[in-house]
Ligand binder design. Structure first.
Ligand code: ATP
Ligand code: MG
Length: 371
């Protein structure tokens, strides 16, 4: 039986789409790219016409990143050049998702990744040593254990650097020479002391604006990247669609057979949008919670409520559960956010409960859970 994983890498998840795109791809391609920039674009932004897969079946290329097509196009072009790509933005704006999609489409792998933390060392980025072999044979190539930067340069593939700004600045700066000269110095190896990067190599960094700032990144390193700011989705309908798409995909994977309630998705998208923007659709000012009101959070509140209904065998998703999950998601940083959420219920939700009724009325009545 085929082994299953909780979250297979993008290249596995969309294997068929990637194969179909490669098979139908006759556009201009940079050296060592699996797909042309046009096909990478189609993979991320979707294509209108279904493609023929290698097994002869037709396959639709679904849109995966919503909101800013031009940004995706610019990201792809950046990666054809010699500068790296830095995706910055609020948490949960799909920076990681976009960098995985780009890597999978361009290099065929999305897992050649450094996870930036305060404890990231140069070894974890460049290379380390197998000490048993090092003692037995000395500093030979065989004893060297490649890290993601080494792998990216030697194979001509993308190295992803997640949360790069969490890494100490002096460690970040070890990328500078590699990015300008495209060569890695390995002083320990006498004969093979220089690793030259193969075509296809590049770096995609992601950085979260809520964490330790991008400002602390050295200007020398900044200059070696093209920066793209990924904004939260602004359109409520689009956000509703993302919630439904993401939840649907996870539900299929987790074998949750509960039908999705599109009205709940709309209500959540609206709530998240208004709390994020600080204003309601009728112009009521709302105090913004300090917690991150990202689409990713909205997806998880919906999914939590759906799972609850499925496993406790309820007929449909419960609005009381939804409110409780919403409270937990919004109030995790500070209790002050609870007051802000209460104020939102007492103004905007109340008004809408009276005017629109339906689910808004139900959620207004669940305000007893705001505690
Ligand atoms: N514009 C968008 N298009 C499609 N999905 C989106 C979009 N914005 C958010 N999402 C959803 O939110 C999730 C965002 O997750 P992701 O981990 O990529 O965000 P992130 O920006 O890397 O966050 P963090 O800064 O916390 O690491 C995606 O998996 C997707 O479900
Ligand atoms: Mg991320």
């Amino acid at each position: 039986m085929e082994q299953k994983f909780i979250k297979p890498p993008v290249e596995e998840r969309y294997k068929k789409e990637l194969e179909a795109l490669a098979m139908n791809d006759s556009s201009r391609k940079p050296e060592n790219w699996r797909l042309s920039p046009k096909a990478v674009r189609a993979f991320i932004l979707g294509s209108d016409i279904p493609l023929t897969a290698p097994d002869g079946s037709k396959i639709e290329i679904r849109k995966k990143f919503f909101g800013n097509d031009a940004l995706v196009e610019r990201c792809i072009i950046t990666l054809t050049g010699s500068r790296g790509l830095m995706l910055v933005g609020e948490p949960g704006t799909a920076k990681t998702m976009l960098s995985e999609l780009l890597s999978a489409a361009i290099s065929g792998v999305s897992t050649n990744t450094v996870q930036g933390t305060a404890g990231t060392t140069e070894d974890m980025i460049k290379y380390s040593w197998n000490y048993a072999l090092l003692l037995a044979k000395g500093p030979v190539r065989e004893a060297l254990v490649p890290s993601p930067l080494y792998v990216g340069m030697s194979k001509g593939i993308i190295t992803r650097f997640e949360e790069i700004t969490r890494t100490p600045a002096e460690i970040q700066d070890s990328l500078i020479s590699v990015m300008s000269d495209k060569v890695l110095n390995i002083p320990e190896l006498e004969d093979e002391g220089l690793l030259f990067a193969c075509p296809g190599f590049n770096i995609i960094g992601t950085a979260n604006t809520r964490d330790k700032g991008v400002n602390e990144m050295s200007s020398a390193l900044k200059r070696r990247f093209n920066f793209e700011t990924v904004e939260p989705v602004k359109d409520v309908r689009l956000e509703k669609q993302i919630i439904l798409n993401e939840v649907q995909e996870s539900a299929v994977e987790d074998k949750i057979g509960m039908p999705l309630d599109t009205d709940v998705a709309e209500l959540l998208a609206m709530t998240y949008h208004e709390l994020r923007e600080g204003i309601s659709d009728t112009g009521i000012k709302i105090e913004r919670p300090s917690a991150v009101m990202s689409t990713a959070e909205a997806v998880s509140v919906y999914y939590q409520t759906l799972s609850n209904a499925w496993y406790y065998e309820q007929k449909k998703m419960s609005i009381d559960d939804l409110t409780q999950n919403l409270v937990n998601a919004v109030c995790k940083d500070t209790r002050d956010d609870l007051e802000k959420l209460k104020a939102y219920f007492n103004t905007v939700v109340k008004q809408r409960a009276e005017k629109v009724g339906g689910l808004w009325k139900q959620i207004y009545f669940s305000k007893k859970y705001l505690k």
